[in-house]
Write a protein that binds this ligand. Sequence first.
Ligand code: UDX
Ligand code: UDX
Length: 462
Amino acid sequence: MRVCVIGTGYVGLVTGVCLAHIGHEVICVDNNEEKVKLMQAGQSPIYEPGLSDLMKSSAESGRLQFTSDLAKGVEHGEILFIAVGTPPLPTGESDTRYVEAVARGIGANLNGGYKVIVNKSTVPIGSGDWVRMIVLDGIAERQKTLVTAGGGYSELEQIVETNFDVISNPEFLREGSAVYDTFNPDRIVLGGNSDKGIAMMQELYQPIVNREFAEEKSLPPVPVVVTDLSSAEMIKYAANSFLATKISFINEVANICDRVGADVTQVAKGIGLDSRIGSKFLQAGIGWGGSCFPKDVSALIHTADDYGYEAELLKSAVNVNRRQRLITLEKLQQELKILKGKTIGLLGLTFKPDTDDMRDAPALDLIEQLNRLGAKVKAYDPIVSQSGLSHGLSGVIIETDAEMLADGCDALVLVTDWQEFLKLDYGKMVQRMTHPVIIDGRNFLDRQAVQDAGFRYVGIGR
Ligand code: UDX
Ligand code: UDX
């Protein structure tokens, strides 16, 4: 099928590349010319495991193109994905201005025939109908321009024949495993009231539903949830809010464990084996961050508020998370007392491993507080280099390896659970430190091995 994906961020680019890989003809549109040039040259602007290889092979097959020309993309696609960012405003609401600009742009470029417009971006509940309205506005503006110009009758006739439906198709991709998640989804959600539009989306995803590109091909087909627009939009917010709440729950349990002398990793194992609870997303630590959980939980709280309901549980999940981000700071103070004049080394900066994304990373809050308290902050992250300094990291010295990081430190804090941190030579690192203390902000390291190397080990809730 012919597909156009507008917005090549973490979600749009992965979606476009994966759809091309399974056989569709895809044009990805982005209004950032530099990014488009980079992608045309075969390079991925983001770090996502497996993405570059698929990008290369799909481009070579001729099924994947990149452009900044929205009109070209709209003309090409029978299915048009809107995948631009919806960052949070200071009030907690989603900033939908990019979605609005794209929807208007689609309307202004529709030129006859039937199209499915897909909301892939996480948009506030009710946005399906709103996007429809904006697209219609875009069409009307173009008609007006043509009439005022006193010509373009054939174009006007074509526009009259334009027909489209809006479908909500939320993404559930985790950064760092977004390609895997695309080919091995737990479910596909399609919201809308047009049978034709839903049928086209089902055809689009058929190879994925049949697990043709999955790791486990023998599993039954991927469940497809077909529902109305608002329910599909709500599924996305409810899923992310539930997962964020689950993490806040285990973090709260960890804090109680700390006080009573229990080990939260054992508690998580013990409760996770109950199939009603499940073992995933029970890793206690310094809290959740990233581009989705903080934004989506806030947006759901805000929507509830707009409709006269106070989402107390969700507000508590946010508050627990806010406090949790500074839990390693409390532990540093317990270990080192005064932090002024001390040097703290951070292992990891990104909000989770296998991504270069620093959006709402817990590290940023920790750095801000350490700087405020007069500590010198150094960091080593496998992916964030000097170029990452633009992401609010001006108060940090970025080191190029973990041993350099350890040099002269009074304590280390493991912030991100990158696999490579399991294999570091902690014995050598101890030699270079002023005080060999390590706060494991993710309960990730082999405690015994790190202690044997000579570190004093402090975990979260254990
Ligand atoms: C996505 C979103 O779809 C969001 O709703 C979801 O919750 C998380 O994932 P993300 O992929 O992280 O966002 O977005 P981002 O990395 O900000 O990329 C958006 C892209 O759209 C950028 O490349 C930007 O240049 C492009 N863009 C933005 C356009 O092409 N046109 C615009 O008008 C605005
Ligand atoms: C999330 C959702 O999982 C995905 O389905 C979606 O639609 C986009 O948002 P992502 O933000 O990439 O994905 O990361 P995720 O793996 O969910 O982790 C989010 C945050 O929670 C990270 O900061 C991570 O470190 C933290 N986390 C996760 C924990 O603290 N403990 C856990 O047990 C799991």
